[in-house]
Design a protein around this ligand. Structure first.
Ligand SMILES: Cc1cc2nc3c(=O)[nH]c(=O)nc-3n(C[C@H](O)[C@H](O)[C@H](O)COP(=O)(O)OP(=O)(O)OC[C@H]3O[C@@H](n4cnc5c(N)ncnc54)[C@H](O)[C@@H]3O)c2cc1C
Length: 274
């Protein structure tokens, strides 16, 4: 099937993009998710506004230790270290696990978050990192924590005509550690379960994430000794908390996600790995 007809514009500046979009058009970045939806006619927007080359979405900078990544930065640019990394290797490692190189060359950080597939890697990685989303729209600008930006499966807080401009990470210290574990049928496929952990004593941050759960990612309340748990004890402790938070989940789901989180915590102890 082919996409229905649509108007196409590629504005040169953010203000022009917002004006061009109005409240009806759809933004397009790498087109790695929207393209198939257009071709299957799951989406039939009257107009597409291409934001992939907007300078305001292409930047990457560190300010006061906080990394700001433009929404149109591609997975490949993060993988290749073409943008700064303040996460001690987590961002490039996560990028490397997304799909295959052709998808990573075009797919963008912002497109992935705006698409809000619960199994997407940036949806989960940015949540466990405690990122904030900078949004611009017809009514001005606003900033939301990523766990409020993400509202559910393919649902975000973006209103009509609103554009994700950049993502901002906390100012991690030298002592920040992370672990990310993706369960997928084959390397580079979407996850069936994701476990992730980030600990930074300087920020008093311990985040334990359960992802790919057909909803926005779940952050488990941290508990004493969580990062020291290993093996069956870790799977049992995490499994009990996942089952309590997701009472509809079956035993296989709970075990798979508890195992992913246990492995992420083991990787965190091994100084950050995916
Ligand atoms: C074969 C294949 C395998 C894949 N495997 C994985 C995987 O393992 N892990 C993974 O995480 N992803 C995977 N993906 C998805 C890929 O990462 C996409 O690139 C990503 O989900 C969407 O990014 P995009 O830039 O292509 O967005 P687009 O497809 O251009 O847009 C997606 C949606 O976001 C909106 N949008 C885009 N940019 C913005 C913005 N700045 N502000 C507001 N709205 C915006 C669009 O309107 C659209 O609704 C895979 C894709 C393919 C085709």
């Amino acid at each position: 099937m082919k996409a229905a007809a649509f108007a196409y514009t590629r504005p040169a500046a953010l203000a022009d993009a917002l004006r061009a979009a109005g409240r009806d058009a759809r933004f397009v970045a790498g087109s790695q998710s929207l393209g198939p939806m257009l071709n299957l006619r799951l989406a039939e927007p009257p107009a597409l506004v291409d934001v992939r080359r907007l300078p305001e979405l292409r930047g990457a900078r560190v300010e006061g230790g906080r990394l700001h990544l433009g929404a149109a930065v591609t997975h490949a640019e993060i993988e290749d270290g073409a943008v700064p990394d303040t996460t001690h290797g987590m961002l490039p490692a996560v990028a490397r696990g997304i799909a295959y190189r052709a998808v990573r060359n075009r797919g963008t950080l912002g497109g992935s978050l705006a698409h809000a597939d619960p199994a997407a890697d940036w949806v989960n990685a940015m949540t466990v990192l405690g990122a904030r989303c900078h949004i611009a729209g017809p009514d001005g600008r606003r900033v939301l924590p990523v766990h409020e930006f993400l509202q559910g499966t393919y649902r975000t807080a973006l209103g009509p005509g609103e554009l994700l401009v950049e993502v901002e990470l906390p100012a991690f210290s030298e002592r920040m550690r992370w672990g990310y574990y993706k369960v997928a049928a084959k390397v580079g496929e979407f996850a069936s379960a994701i476990g992730a952990a980030v600990h930074d004593p300087a920020l008093a941050m311990t985040h334990l994430l359960v992802g790919a759960i057909e909803a926005r990612p779940l952050l488990l309340p941290p508990f004493a000794g969580a990062l020291e748990l290993a093996g069956d004890a870790a799977i049992e402790a995490f499994g009990a908390r996942i089952a309590a938070a997701l009472p509809q989940a079956d035993a296989v789901f709970v075990h798979q996600h508890a195992t992913a989180l246990a492995r992420a915590v083991a990787r965190l102890r091994a100084e950050g790995a995916a």
